[in-house]
Design a binder for this molecule. Structure first.
Ligand SMILES: Nc1ncnc2c1ncn2[C@@H]1O[C@H](COP(=O)(O)OP(=O)(O)OP(=O)(O)O)[C@@H](O)[C@H]1O
Length: 505
């Protein structure tokens, strides 16, 4: 190809021979033509290599790119920039010139539609694109245009022809051998694999330092399967003990109880007693954590078989917080139990974080009449499956969800979105829609049964540890007589009364 020196020689020759001046535009146009031809060939080869599903999306992507300036103007994604002309330009510098600014885009065809990355310009950022999204969907003739902001200055549009979130993940095979489930089985309880986002990228919930998780959604949209997935991930870990409470009172949790330290159905008295046991454990751990673990926060060293993470799951949690306000003796007794349960759960969530107690509340409704706000608002993680009303969505995800129409749980009521939830995930801006792992009861039951031998009583474990720590302190290195232990090395609350067996249920 001709280099710049050749081109310069050509221009000099042609200026010397004006009759040959016709060749000058050709010399300039040739490299441009070569570049465009190469680009066209590249696109054609990509089209030829694409499968039947991707080809229509490639055509759409090209058409979106080709018509972008026109479409952007039509839907209002244009900004007029008024500025003084540059000093070298012909208009006088005192005049003002107007320039149209349209966000630059890059397009990429995907099997589900077209991914459009747009650079924000002036006021044309996330909000402007969100407002224009329904119009772009009409112009591009796609089901929906979803908008998000992965990083400052970049707005990502998804022109959705087939929503990847509506493609159900195959249920984990209940007969699969352990370890071959499609679920990641972590070795670290601090990692909670919640599911995958619209791009199939795994979404992780930060579990370390979390004492409260609330999961809400209409009946039958996947809450139990979501919790099953977490239990299946944790069942093989000796550094985790479960407390399972099933407010439905049905047989759903019967087989999972095999792996639980404490379990109860919808008996309010038993539930209160179990929560009181966990609460006592929390107080005892608070008093002994420094002497036993050598730190103030269990998550600094992580849970261990001797100091396990205690996961308290309360399904249909609203069942236990409701007060009937009746005046008969039985209603008064039940209301007293509900108040005691509410107080215990609230304290576990408020104070249990540093000693490794985590409460997961599942409910169909997270409005204040179902879950007291002093409990709900202290939960660090909130996950919402489909909701019928904005009020219910705001109750669980907070008022910010109104500014995220694409991730709003009201959009998820279509049965195609069973198993899809909205949440604020770690290291992701705004809200993320996730397709959760589908874990049928049979698989969760089987894995729980296989690991029933790992059940321990964390309160007894704590007693053993405090005793061991105390005797270590008693034996001074230089063989001096036994010294008195500081009171902080022992539980200062009432003596803990635990059943003799390791798993009193
Ligand atoms: N991630 C998923 N992908 C596909 N289907 C799912 C998923 N999760 C759940 N389902 C389907 O939805 C049905 C209901 O799920 P699940 O029992 O978890 O709902 P739920 O919200 O707990 O209902 P309820 O409030 O009545 O207990 C399941 O039987 C299953 O077939």
């Amino acid at each position: 190809m001709a280099g710049p020196d050749d081109l310069a020689d050509l221009i000099t020759d042609q200026l010397a021979n004006p009759e040959q001046l016709i060749y000058l535009p050709l010399a300039v146009a040739a490299p441009v033509a070569v570049w465009w031809t190469a680009r066209l060939l590249l696109l054609l080869s990509r089209y030829a290599r694409a499968d039947r599903m991707l080809r229509p999306m490639l055509r759409r992507a090209w058409s979106i790119k080709a018509g972008w300036s026109r479409d952007a103007r039509r839907v209002g994604l244009v900004q007029i920039d008024r500025s003084r002309p540059r000093w070298w330009s012909s208009p006088p510098t005192a005049s003002v010139i107007e320039r149209e600014m349209i966000p630059a885009i890059r397009v990429q065809a995907c099997w589900w539609g077209v991914l459009v990355d747009a650079r924000s310009v002036g006021r044309l950022g996330l909000t402007a694109f969100q407002q224009a999204a329904p119009h772009l969907a009409d112009v591009w003739k796609v089901r929906q245009v979803r908008v998000e902001q992965p990083s400052p200055g970049l707005v990502r549009l998804r022109a959705i022809v087939r929503d990847p979130l509506t493609e159900p993940t195959p249920p984990a095979d209940p007969h699969a051998i352990e370890g071959s489930t499609p679920l990641p089985l972590p070795t670290d309880p601090a990692v909670w694999h919640a599911g995958v986002d619209a791009d199939g990228v795994p979404v992780i919930i930060r579990s370390s330092g979390v004492s409260g998780v609330v999961v809400a959604g209409l009946a039958g949209y996947g809450k139990t399967s979501f919790i099953n997935a977490r239990l299946v991930q944790l069942a093989p870990l000796p550094q985790v003990q479960w407390v399972l409470i099933d407010g439905k009172g049905g047989p759903d949790y019967d087989d999972l109880f095999a792996r639980a330290w404490l379990c109860a159905k919808d008996d309010p008295g038993q539930v209160r007693d179990h929560l009181a046991t966990v609460h006592r454990l929390m107080i005892d751990r608070q008093h002994t954590i420094r002497s036993v673990l050598g730190c103030k926060n269990m998550w600094q060293v992580g849970p261990s078989p001797a100091w396990p993470l205690v996961l308290v799951v309360i399904d249909e949690a609203h069942t236990f917080f409701n007060e009937s306000k009746g005046t008969d003796a039985q209603s008064k007794q039940l209301d007293a139990l509900a108040r005691a349960t509410t107080r215990l759960v609230e304290e576990l969530i408020r104070k249990g974080r540093n000693v490794g107690i985590q409460v997961v509340l599942a409910t169909q409704k997270a409005t204040a009449d179902a879950i007291p706000t002093k409990i709900r608002d202290n939960c660090q993680v909130a996950v919402s499956f489909a909701q019928r009303t904005s009020e219910a969505a705001t109750a669980i995800l907070g008022s910010d969800i109104t500014a995220a129409p694409d991730e709003h749980p009201r959009r998820l009521t279509d049965p195609a979105y069973i198993g899809v939830a909205s949440m604020a995930a770690a290291h992701r801006p705004g809200f993320t829609l996730i397709r959760t792992h589908h874990v049928p009861d049979e698989l969760a039951d089987r894995i729980a049964g296989q690991h029933a031998h790992l059940v321990r009583d964390p309160a007894r474990l704590l007693q053993q540890q405090t005793t061991a720590t105390a005797s270590q302190n008693d034996i001074r290195e230089d063989g001096d007589p036994i010294r008195q232990d500081p009171p902080a090395a022992f539980p200062s609350s009432k003596p803990v009364q635990h059943a003799e067996q390791d798993s009193p249920r």
